[in-house]
Structure formats: structure tokens, C-alpha cells
Design a protein around this ligand. Structure first.
Ligand code: 5AD
Ligand code: SF4
Length: 409
């Protein structure tokens, strides 16, 4: 039996892609292991969105030289976004690498395996792991935007949406295998369209799949949250009341230079409209974009005050070769570090404040352990009684302690 160890870097799309790649390996007789020493194959699925992520993946690959030397028949597969960006150069630098499969090649991964001659179809396929409480379903890949800091469009290519029937089948399979929550995935997930079927239609259709209690999605782009979208989803309680909506900057000038396609005011209007339908909003913010002035940065701080995010993930701008922003005159690292520190201080208390707003409300909690689960808005809730894992418990929230809610139940 060929044992496969998987190391995944980056976003949830990569986690789903790793599952998909493993399914092809399983069809060729492989099974999973979480021990590198006993593995025959290592699959590294990589991220290149920031230099740091790429660096971690490549240094893991470098460390595998010794692992491979121990048993030369071992196989190393380097896949995903960093594989796409670095390409053949990587094969030259690490000659012990067996298979390179860029993010654009995920659809042809099975052929790549077959072409390598290292794997062959088996009568007894390996087991693929059950989905757990959340089933990840990729609905689209790629991105048609061209945000000036971002490497994604060049490594993932333009948008390709999966057919709605395939998505519904995938969700049904995962629900039948025990998933209660379906997470729809895509780089600009709410740009989804298949013929007449809009993203809102798809959310509603997935929520009707037998066994599906809750539908989440990530990551959307603000411009697609239209009044039509809100009207189509607002009465469907199965659509989770949490949205991760990256803003990137609070300065309209910087947003324009980033080519984000919205102003500060438009973003704030969108989140107010989403809030009015009960959605809890988290975000991503980049500090130190090359043209960001002190005043622009102050605008980001004030947007954080105004928007009352649930969580804000904050990143130092990282130049990505080939993107327009990487060609601009860069700010000093010291400035990036100072701004990140100030921003992190500001966002630290956000979650506690958001948790407090839940006290006194009635929530449906999807139990992840007998005493703990998540509400539709993605808040952690501790129940006083034990409940079956995977059940939905409707209960009032009595109090909050940091980032934990306590239920009456
Ligand atoms: N530098 C820093 N952060 C980046 N992101 C994307 N590209 C870069 C970059 N070049 C961040 C954005 C995005 C998140 C996934 O990563 O905030 O929303
Ligand atoms: Fe990158 Fe912008 Fe596309 Fe998001 S919308 S993947 S930030 S180019």
C-alpha cells in the first residue's frame, strides 16, 4: 500500500484541492498517513499569496532531500500556487522532486499522475477520509480581477465555474457521508454563475440538499453583494450569518490604486446592508501598500472603528513578482512593521466586543463536540448540557466571556 503524507499551506481552497488530489491518489491504491517517516509519497500543496507562505513550502521541500535519500523509491509531489509560479526553476533546484503540478493543472492531476508512471489504477482503491461536520465544496476557481498586489490571477487563471449539477451532487455526497454544514469555496466565490443560476440561487439550492443544515461560503468580493443578492437570501435561515469580506484598505485612494473596484463608502454601505440582514462580518486588511501614506493608514484605522468587524486578519504588504504593485517604489519595512503593530492593537478587542452583542439573543448552535458548537454567525457557544455532535440546538445566550458564549439550553 502506497502511504501518502499531505502538507497543505494556504487557504481553504487549498485544503479542498488537497482532498481532491488525494482522491486521485486513493483511486491508485494510496492511503493517508500522518507520519512522514512511514510515508512513500509526500504531497505538498502550496500557497504563494505572500512571500512567507511560499518560503515555508519551499523550505519544507528542501528538508525532504534527506527523507528521499533514506529510500530513493519515495515520491515527492509539489503542487498548487507556488508550484505554478516557480515552475521548472524548482525542478532544476531540487532535482529529487518527482512531480510538479501547478494550480492551473488541478483538473489534469489524474493524467499527471498517470503520465509520471509512478502510480497506476488499482482494483482496491484506498479510503478517502469522511468529510467531518463541514463539507468543503469548490464551486469555482480562478479570478477575473487584477488587484495590483495580488498574484492569484496569474497562478490560478481566469474564473471557471463548476456546473450547478456537479456542485449539488458533491454537496449531497458530503451530506450523505455526515457533513451538516457545506462550505462553498472559490477565489471570488460570489461571482459564481452557471447559465441562469446566480450565486444566491446556488446558495438556496445547496441549502435544500437533504441533510444540509447550514451553508457557508468563502471568499466573496464586495461588489457582488447587490440588493438582489440580499433579497434572495435574507429569508433563508440555513445561509450562515457570517461573511468573510476582505476590505484590504480603508482609504479610497489606496483602494483605487489596488484596483479593488469600490470606495470606502461603497464598502461601508455594503456591510451595513449585510448587517441589516443579520450578517456578522470579518475581513482582511493589508498595511504598507507602496502608495499608502500616514493619512491613508489613518483611514484604515478609522474604517476599523466604523465597520465593527468580528475579526480582521492583518497582513504586511508582500511584493509579488510580476504584479503591478511590486514595480512601485516600496515603503521601508520599518514603516510596515509599525503600522501592522498599531493595527493589530486596534483589532485585538474586536472579537470580544462582537461576542458581547450576542448576549440575550437566541441562536441555533451546530454542535462540534458534546458541549461546544458554533452559531450561524460563527460565534463559539458552550452549552450547559451535553448534546449529540452534529445536532442543532436552539438556545438563548446568557453571557459572554472573551470569545466564548455561554448558553442557557
Ligand atoms: N501582500 C500581503 N497580503 C496579501 N494578500 C493578498 N496578496 C497579498 C500581498 N501581496 C492578502 C489579502 C487577501 C488575503 C488572502 O491575503 O488580504 O484577502
Ligand atoms: Fe486577488 Fe483581487 Fe482576485 Fe482576490 S479579487 S484573488 S485579491 S486579484
Amino acid at each position: 500500500m502506497n502511504k501518502v503524507f499531505i502538507q497543505t499551506y494556504g487557504c481553504q481552497m487549498n485544503v479542498a484541492d488537497s482532498d481532491e488530489m488525494f482522491a486521485h491518489l486513493a483511486a491508485r491504491g494510496a492511503e493517508l498517513t500522518d507520519k512522514l517517516e512511514e510515508a512513500d509519497t509526500v504531497l505538498i500543496n502550496t500557497c504563494t499569496v505572500r512571500d512567507h507562505a511560499e518560503h515555508r513550502a519551499v523550505s519544507f521541500l528542501g528538508r525532504l532531500a534527506a527523507w528521499k535519500k533514506e529510500k530513493p523509491g519515495r515520491v515527492i509531489i509539489f503542487a498548487g500556487c507556488a508550484a505554478q509560479r516557480l515552475g521548472e526553476a524548482l525542478q532544476k533546484k531540487y532535482p529529487f522532486l518527482d512531480i510538479l503540478s501547478g494550480a492551473k493543472g488541478i483538473e489534469h492531476f489524474a493524467q499527471t499522475l498517470d503520465k509520471s508512471g509512478l502510480f497506476s489504477h488499482q482494483d482496491h482503491p484506498g479510503q478517502t477520509p469522511a468529510p467531518g461536520l463541514t463539507g468543503y465544496v469548490t464551486i469555482m476557481r480562478g479570478c477575473n480581477f487584477a488587484c495590483t498586489y495580488c498574484i492569484v490571477p496569474s497562478v490560478r487563471g481566469p474564473i471557471k465555474c463548476l456546473p450547478v449539477d456537479d456542485i449539488l451532487q458533491d454537496a449531497a455526497r458530503k451530506a450523505a457521508a455526515g457533513a451538516k454544514e457545506i462550505m462553498l469555496l472559490g477565489q471570488t466565490v460570489n461571482a459564481y454563475r452557471d447559465g441562469d443560476v446566480s450565486f444566491a440561487d446556488l446558495l438556496n439550492r445547496v441549502s435544500e440538499v437533504p441533510g444540509v443544515e447550514r451553508v457557508r461560503f468563502t471568499s466573496p468580493h464586495p461588489i457582488y453583494f447587490t440588493p438582489q443578492f440580499l433579497a434572495a437570501v435574507k429569508d433563508n435561515p440555513k445561509i450562515a450569518r457570517h461573511i468573510h469580506l476582505p476590505v484590504q484598505s480603508g482609504s479610497t485612494k489606496v483602494l483605487q490604486e489596488m484596483k479593488r473596484g469600490y470606495t470606502r463608502e461603497v464598502f461601508l454601505d455594503k456591510i451595513h446592508a449585510l448587517r441589516a440582514c443579520g450578517f456578522n462580518i470579518s475581513t482582511d486588511i493589508i498595511v504598507g501598500f507602496p502608495t499608502e501614506t500616514e493619512e491613508d493608514f489613518r483611514q484604515t484605522l478609522s474604517l476599523v472603528d466604523e465597520a465593527k468587524f468580528f475579526i480582521a486578519y492583518c497582513y504586511k504588504y508582500s511584493p509579488r513578482q510580476g504584479t503591478p504593485a511590486a514595480e512601485m517604489k516600496q515603503l521601508e519595512q520599518k514603516v510596515l512593521e509599525e503600522r501592522l503593530d498599531i493595527l493589530l492593537n486596534k483589532v485585538r478587542g474586536l472579537s470580544d466586543a462582537a461576542y458581547l452583542t450576542q448576549v440575550g439573543t437566541v441562536q441555533e448552535v451546530l454542535m462540534e463536540t458534546p458541549h461546544k458548537g458554533r452559531s450561524s454567525g460563527n460565534f463559539w457557544v458552550k452549552t450547559s448540557k451535553a448534546h449529540p455532535v452534529g445536532s442543532l440546538v436552539r438556545t438563548e445566550i446568557e453571557r459572554a466571556d472573551g470569545t466564548l458564549l455561554f448558553a442557557r439550553d
